[in-house]
Design a protein around this ligand. Structure first.
Ligand code: PNS
Length: 166
């Protein structure tokens, strides 16, 4: 019997953006299951807690029946093995992403040769989007409404009522 292929789409997702959703949607059209997995990194200052990020991602992706959300700590390849997944999904926005992604993919392959990294190219309309840019723009009062799912935008406004970001 053919085994279902579960791909893991790891990242910080602080917060999830429309660009991430596009990648998850493309991956969900190819793989049987896609697990969006949020890295728990206590060393990195984040705008949203892991639980909040998890909730926002879950809400935004609930229209895709074969996409689930999870979070993990430690090395990605350890998590992959624990989850019995051999496919890592990463999105590429521009050539500038490539160097970092290439290094990470090679490092992960060195550590776990059985695991493959698949890159999905973004839609050009999302090529400028990043969670860090969204955090900055919002905190300095810029408009991010068209860049994130409605639930994320609502939480950003609830969370930072002093900021005038729209
Ligand atoms: O959304 P991001 O911040 O670009 O995601 C980066 C992520 C979470 C995929 C990467 O930092 C990661 O896999 N971290 C877990 C620790 C690890 O395995 N590091 C070795 C990879 S070279």
């Amino acid at each position: 019997m053919k085994r279902a292929v579960r791909a893991v789409y790891p990242g910080s997702f602080d917060p999830i953006t429309n660009g991430h959703i596009y990648i998850a949607e493309r991956a969900a059209a190819i793989f049987d299951e896609v697990q969006v997995s949020i890295l728990v990194n206590p060393q990195k200052r984040s705008m949203f807690s892991v639980d909040e990020r998890h909730m926002m991602a879950h809400e935004a992706l609930s229209y895709l029946p074969n996409v689930t959300v999870d979070h993990f700590e430690g090395l990605l390849i350890d998590y992959m093995r624990q989850q019995r997944s051999r496919v890592i999904i990463r999105g590429l926005r521009a050539m500038s992403d490539f160097e970092y992604e290439f290094q990470m993919a090679l490092m992960n392959r060195q550590l776990a040769p059985e695991i493959e990294t698949f890159f999905i190219v973004t839609d050009p309309k999302y090529s400028y989007l990043s969670s860090s840019a969204i955090r900055d723009i919002f905190q300095f009062g810029g408009t991010v409404q068209d860049m994130v799912p409605p639930g994320v935008f609502r939480r950003m406004r609830e969370r930072f009522p002093r900021h005038t970001g729209t």
